[in-house]
Design a protein. Sequence first.
Length: 137
Amino acid sequence: MILAVFDTNVLIAALRFSSGASYQIILAADRGDFKVALSVPLLAEYDDVTSRPDIGIKIPMSAVNDIVNRIAQISRQQQIFYLWRNILPDPKDDMVLEVAVAAGASHIITFNKKDLKPASEFGISVVQPSEFSPLIL
């Protein structure tokens, strides 16, 4: 079974638009079509970013919290024992890479493929939601 990490930008897209590939990925994760790896720092980022008033999410905050909590519930909780910092241009992206490496994930799902490209050095495929959807549907 595929084990993947999804970047915060995928979660935000899913919460903004219920018709896109990001939304379908969240639904597929909930159905158990693939496994999701998650760390405490990445979950904290999900909470932080989804709570920003200017992020463009139109659904009630209580629903957003329920979705983030459900993601935490269905995900494989991954402890991080080694920090791969300063590999990627954005330290928040390093956090996504660290979860993927520690969990042995096969994929990182993101809209930011360019900055996460070095993940391929760890044998991790970096894909956009539209590229990942056919793998699980």
